[in-house]
Design a protein around this ligand. Structure first.
Ligand code: GLN
Length: 229
């Protein structure tokens, strides 16, 4: 049995749990049993083989994690036990070694990815958008609906080795196509929106806010492969 935890302190955790279950059904290897659980305590975290940190508000998740005594156990899970961890949006921020906070005070990060993220890179809530993404790791022609909500991007890769850029924004985000109404849309082509360093993966966007379970299925495959390696 593989226990997949979803950090359930704030944000889109139920959506991730649902997509993990959907992805598990699509796995070809039916001898593998996947169990998705919500994680709010150290005991629950300890029972997990892998963890997803959802989108939401990274300062809130970090604050509640600290209050719950989860911050150090999360750092241990990621960096000492080196279990597979995937963060989406706020989760990517928390898994980064550095964040360029928009307000003073910042927040405690978990770390694990040798990158610096820029929070709220595209602006405010109203500047949220959706754009089709090329995700080479899903296949040569794979397109995926990219949902960006006050999303961060990776503005700098800090580690000299080991960080793989998995995806970048394809080009200027088209206002009409993306549904953005008032935003000043910059040319964001080439912005880094998915990275991986060993056991840690981060994406700027929210697959959990779609019904498309392909990234979850791909990641479960990586989780299964990591244990048998
Ligand atoms: N801007 C949020 C943060 O800083 C992330 C937004 C999201 O997860 N949709 O945490």
């Amino acid at each position: 049995v593989f226990v997949i935890g979803v950090l359930a302190l704030q944000g889109g955790f139920i959506e991730h749990v649902n997509l993990v279950r959907k992805a598990a059904e699509s796995l070809t290897n039916k001898s593998v049993e996947i169990k998705a659980i919500e994680v709010r305590t150290v005991e629950q975290l300890d029972s997990c083989d892998a963890l997803i940190i959802p989108g939401g508000e990274s300062t809130t998740i970090s604050f509640v994690a600290a209050q719950s005594g989860l911050l150090e156990p999360l750092r241990d899970f990621v960096k000492v036990q080196k279990k597979p961890v995937w963060g989406t949006c706020a989760g990517l921020i928390l898994l980064s070694n550095e964040a360029n906070a928009t307000k003073k005070g910042g927040q405690e990060l978990i770390g694990g990815l040798g990158v610096r993220v820029h929070r709220n890179h595209f602006g405010r809530q109203i500047e949220s958008f959706q754009v089709p993404l090329d995700l080479p790791f899903l296949g040569p022609d794979a397109q995926f609906p990219g949902v960006f909500i006050r999303a961060p991007v990776v503005e700098e890769v800090l580690a000299t080795e080991g960080v793989t850029v998995l995806a970048k924004l394809p080009g200027r985000v088209d206002k009409a196509q993306s549904g953005v109404s008032q935003a000043t849309v910059k040319d964001n082509s080439g912005d880094i929106i998915a990275v991986r360093q060993g056991n840690v993966m981060g994406t700027s966007f929210h697959p959990e806010l779609t019904t498309d379970a392909r990234i979850h299925a791909w990641w479960l495959g990586e989780v299964i492969a990591a244990r048998s390696a």
